[in-house]
Design a protein around this ligand. Structure first.
Ligand code: CMC
Length: 428
């Protein structure tokens, strides 16, 4: 018999259906509650609200589990490539070699961007943050591919938009950086793979020979995998909610890029390095900064600590910490902020404030240290996150469309004035 939950309001019992997931997650389905009982549920920040059923990513925050389409993040990070993970997320299965070759070739065919998009780029002052530039260029694609605005276009049309999104993202990302530097842009070198192609566009200077360092390319590929999807986080929910209005894939993802930018979400990786630098300049007294983070009046939080879902450890942070060690060793980089980060983590993890609130280092705590070691500038850190998260956004947008989900539209409890009579301005 189907399970139900009883909800009693004013002595009347309402039977609510129970929905179970394949990993035994349980939800109470309240979708008919307003109709049946005249009440809504209230949940600030959607802390306990499931907005969809999804077959893409499974996450258990208490156990520190993250799986994409059933494969553990540990396995994927150790054994696959970013494009392989992108294929898995978007199409549901790991690709066969010929499928991956075709996917990669299709992407290569679309790495160039329309020269007129470059004119849009030229309009941005070099003081622009690359995230704003990235979101704008991504959205500008709607103008260059107007057919993408048709919500009922064919599967081939959707595939083309997916491929174009993945193909142009590294070009946009590298160009956003070149714009900030005031340097001429580089065009994509399609003899290189996805990550190496991006690095060459990012770093190559006109009069210099540039060879991609395989250590740097491999580390970056792993970082992109670790960011590839994270179920219904702030930016992904944004992509889904924008997509639910039948907006185009480009505008939906552009909205996701903007949501990611905030310092409580993807922008945290930039904030972590700025914080570690500030602690170093201040003499490296980690206890002092921990105390500041505990003081609610200081307005300061330990960036890279805490997570809405992970309350034990963030499995991505574990992999990243190890990768940071490997990368720094391989590249022979000695970054003093790594010592500060390790000290900060050690102090925080034995402090009752952090223990009681289950605050642990998240994915962003160590990623910035790797980006720095790879020579990626601080303003570009969140752009790297966006590049990594793109397959997840695409997969979630595609799933939403395929499941024909309704437009996203939360309710509210109104707390404003009751009806009052209009008073003409001369009588107020
Ligand atoms: N430093 C100090 N105190 C913290 C921190 C922190 N980083 N994070 C949470 N707290 C405290 C918070 O003040 C609250 O205390 P109290 O119960 O006494 O009021 C308690 O812990 C719960 O915090 P919350 O803000 O209600 O938790 P949340 O689930 O709404 O927020 C978070 C999650 C990630 C936004 C938050 O932990 C945070 O601001 N962390 C720093 C920013 C950061 O690193 N963000 C990256 C997240 S991982 C990458 C991604 O996917 O976006």
């Amino acid at each position: 018999m189907a399970k139900t939950a009883d909800l009693i309001i004013d002595g009347k019992t309402y039977k609510l259906p129970i929905v179970e997931g394949t990993e035994n997650e349980v939800a109470v389905d309240i979708s008919n509650l307003l109709e049946e009982a005249g009440v809504i549920t209230l949940d600030f920040g959607y802390k306990n609200t499931g907005a969809t059923k999804s077959a893409i990513t499974f996450l258990d925050g208490d156990k520190g589990i993250l799986r994409h389409r059933g494969y553990s993040i540990e396995d994927l990070a150790a054994k696959s490539s970013f494009l392989e993970v992108a294929y898995l997320l978007i199409f549901g299965e790991l690709p066969m070699q010929d499928q991956l070759d075709k996917f990669s070739d299709d992407i290569k065919r679309h790495t160039m961007v329309h020269e007129d998009i470059k004119k849009i780029l030229d309009g941005f002052p070099s003081s622009s943050h690359p995230m704003g530039v990235l979101a704008s260029m991504f959205c500008a694609q709607t103008a260059f591919y107007p057919e993408s605005l048709d919500p009922n276009r064919s599967a081939e049309g959707v595939y083309l938009s997916i491929v174009r999104s993945l193909a142009k993202m590294p070009t946009f990302a590298a160009w956003a950086y070149k714009n900030a530097m005031g340097h001429p842009v580089n065009y994509p070198d399609n003899s290189l793979n996805y990550t190496a192609r991006f690095l060459k566009m990012l770093y190559a200077l006109p009069a210099e020979q540039y060879e991609v360092d395989p250590v740097v390319a491999d580390a970056l590929d792993k970082l992109l995998i670790l960011h590839a999807d994270h179920e219904q986080n702030c930016s992904t929910s944004t992509v889904r909610i924008v997509g639910s209005s039948k907006a185009s894939i480009y505008s939906s993802i552009s909205a996701g890029i903007n949501a990611l930018w905030g310092p409580l979400h993807g922008g945290a990786n930039q904030e972590v390095i700025l914080m570690l630098e500030a602690i170093r300049k201040d003499g490296g007294d980690t206890e002092k900064w921990i105390n500041k983070a505990k003081d609610k009046n200081s307005g300061f939080r330990l960036m890279g600590f805490g997570h809405r879902v992970y309350k034990n450890f963030d499995p991505r942070a574990k992999i990243i910490k190890k990768t940071a060690d490997d990368v720094l060793n391989k590249l022979g980089v000695n970054d003093p902020v790594l010592d500060i980060a390790l000290k900060l983590e050690e102090v925080a993890l034995r402090d009752p404030y952090f223990i009681e609130r289950k605050l642990y280092p998240n994915v962003d705590f160590y990623s910035g240290i790797i980006y720095r070691a790879l020579g990626i500038p601080v303003d570009m850190f969140t752009v790297m996150f966006a590049m990594g998260r793109l397959p997840g956004w695409i997969a979630q947008w595609k799933e939403l469309r395929e499941n024909k989900e309704p437009i996203g539209r939360p309710r509210q409890i109104y707390t404003g004035q009751n009806l009052r009579e209009y008073v003409p301005i001369e009588k107020r």
